[in-house]
Design a binder for this molecule. Structure first.
Ligand code: RTP
Ligand code: MG
Length: 142
């Protein structure tokens, strides 16, 4: 299996709860490594563009409000099978359904304030990484 990259966000509930280090440690202990990172406060326009696929969903406004309510940690993670590995480590969207030991089970508050975002496919990862990072901001070990 080739090394691949995926995109991750530590959402405002977890930056505010001081869980940035715990969540990064979780990735690092489970085979993913940081290939790029920045701490930021998203503008409304940037958050709306990121979640454009959810524009017609009833929770879109709430989602954008939440994602702009505090700082976020934007990260590119890399490792074997990184996209699916990250989704497994995150757990189900709703923490009530998330498996024991997953990031959302450990740190999420609700289906909205669910601690982390992770790309759901290699195609999404490519778009999301390019949406936030310049090529020169990423390590290139492989
Ligand atoms: P993400 O994109 O953040 O990694 O999460 P996901 O794939 O597990 O979930 P997705 O269906 O893509 O939804 C994106 C984010 O929208 C919020 N959401 N709120 N109130 C609701 O019913 C609801 N449903 C989804 C969550 O923050 C979810 O992560
Ligand atoms: Mg999603």
């Amino acid at each position: 299996m080739a090394i691949e990259k995926t995109f991750s966000i530590i959402k405002p509930n977890s930056t505010l709860d001081n869980n940035i280090g715990n969540i990064i440690a979780h990735f690092e202990k489970n085979g993913l490594r940081i290939a790029g990172a920045k701490f930021a406060k998203l503008s409304k326009e940037k958050a709306e563009g990121f979640y454009i696929e959810h524009k017609e969903r009833p929770f879109f406004g709430e989602l954008v409000n939440f994602m702009t309510s505090g700082p976020v940690m934007l990260m590119v993670l890399e490792g074997e099978n990184a996209v699916m590995k990250n989704r497994e480590l995150m757990g189900a969207t709703n923490p009530a359904n998330a498996a024991e030991g997953t990031i959302r089970k450990l740190y999420a508050k609700s289906v909205g304030e669910n601690s982390v975002h992770g790309s759901d496919s290699a195609t999404a990862a490519e778009r999301e990484i390019a949406y936030f990072f310049e090529r020169s901001e990423l390590t290139n070990r492989f």
